[in-house]
Ligand binder design. Sequence first.
Ligand SMILES: Cc1cc2nc3c(=O)[nH]c(=O)nc-3n(C[C@H](O)[C@H](O)[C@H](O)COP(=O)(O)O)c2cc1C
Length: 189
Amino acid sequence: MKREVKASTDLIPTPVVLVTAQGLEGPPNIITLAWAGVVNSEPPMLGIGVRSNRHSYRLLMETREFCVNIPHAGMVRAVDVCGVVSGKDTDKFALTGLTPEKASKIKPPLILECPINIECRLRHTLDLGSHTLFIGEILTVHRDEAILDEKGKITLDKFAPLAYCPGVHDYRAVGEKLGWYGFSKGKMS
Ligand SMILES: Cc1cc2nc3c(=O)[nH]c(=O)nc-3n(C[C@H](O)[C@H](O)[C@H](O)COP(=O)(O)O)c2cc1C
């Protein structure tokens, strides 16, 4: 038996990412976001949902550049810290011990400890109500060689991503491999 509940964002799980942004002046900042996803392939684009009262909101609007840094499961504590402390009055790089690394095409830094860093330029904003959707075009991507297989592709045998469960408020590790794109072909008939 299903229980019908009020409209809620039960999209479980979501990714959880660390977005770096930097204003025209001042230090770079890190914000934890669960409202994040791929929104286009050609050109490759990501969307992130940010509330207007976040310090990061102003930084994103100012320089219109950001980096989506993908943490590994071992970074869960730093991920939570960047989601409960504001950069308005705290340097989150200093607080977490995370390392800023120069980006190649944008002003905000990458986070060295994140195995994947996606540099984006802001293309569109859309005020949706509680959050503004920032759509960024992906300019370039950095992948740590430690998470690549012998063919240079990302392998989850070497990279343990982190997932977030909205509503439940849990962080979870991504689990065992169950199949792959198109694996069902030929097995259904
Ligand atoms: C797991 C998690 C997910 C979050 N997702 C979002 C989100 O998608 N959008 C948002 O505006 N805030 C989100 N937050 C809240 C911000 O990360 C938090 O308010 C942060 O302190 C804002 O930092 P800033 O003021 O330095 O920008 C999330 C927090 C956590 C812990």
